[in-house]
Ligand binder design. Structure first.
Ligand SMILES: [Zn+2]
Length: 221
């Protein structure tokens, strides 16, 4: 899967040089400027054709057309548009297509590659991953991309030895990659102060009214 995503990024860069960097904050604006494809926001329910996201890809139209649900949030729309771009790349590049058909379940493989491609464009490991990622880094990744808060936290949890959590302002845990969040003095202090907090156990930072906390391994129950 990783090899396919790398190959997709290479095809992307060959066709639209430097596009990945522009897609990251504004995928829909960027794709709308490409004459080779058409991106349409649509009201009606879409998402048939095996797409788990609320979008679809139509290679039979000229130019090939990507439909994305208008009712989605700005960030869901961005992910969906990139997912559908993943279908376009895999269905219009011979090598990418061949790799798809080598998989035991080509449709499933292509679908998963689309998700992985969208995630990698929004949150590129090579650029963002580093040892000692903090909650502030996660907020910065959110602010510099069209990735959702949840996606940023899930992504960061793969690179942090410890727990990454997303809470609402009342302290309800919306996502946690491990335990020890609710009772954490760090999280309680951040909820009380409504500002960024850090101590020897980790750090917490606010992100559009939500709290992101990182508790390093060995620092909590
Ligand atoms: Zn799909």
């Amino acid at each position: 899967m990783l090899a396919q995503v790398r190959a997709m990024l290479a095809v992307l860069d060959r066709r639209w040089p430097g596009a990945a960097r522009r897609l990251r904050p504004h995928p829909i604006v960027e794709m709308a400027s490409w004459p080779e494809i058409r991106l349409r926001l649509v009201d009606e329910h879409i998402g048939s054709r095996g797409c788990a996201v609320s979008g679809s890809y139509h290679p039979e139209l000229t130019p090939p057309t990507l439909l994305v649900g208008r009712s989605l949030s700005h960030r869901r729309r961005a992910f969906t548009a990139l997912h559908e771009l993943g279908h376009h790349l895999q269905q219009t590049d011979v090598d990418l297509g061949e790799r798809t058909f080598e998989a035991s379940n080509p449709l499933r493989f292509q679908e998963k590659a689309c998700d992985a491609f969208a995630a990698e464009v929004l949150l590129p490991d090579a650029e963002l991953a580093r040892p000692g990622l903090t909650a502030r880094d996660i907020v910065a990744a959110y602010e510099s991309s069209a990735a959702s808060r949840e996606a940023c936290c899930v992504w960061a949890s793969r690179h942090i030895r410890g727990t990454v959590a997303l809470l609402d302002a009342s302290g309800t845990v919306l996502f946690a990659s491990g335990r020890g969040i609710s009772g954490s003095p760090l999280v309680r202090a951040a909820l009380r102060s409504r500002g960024p907090v850090s101590d020897s156990t980790g750090d917490a930072a606010w992100c559009d009214g939500y709290l992101i906390a990182v508790l390093r391994v060995g620092s909590s129950a």
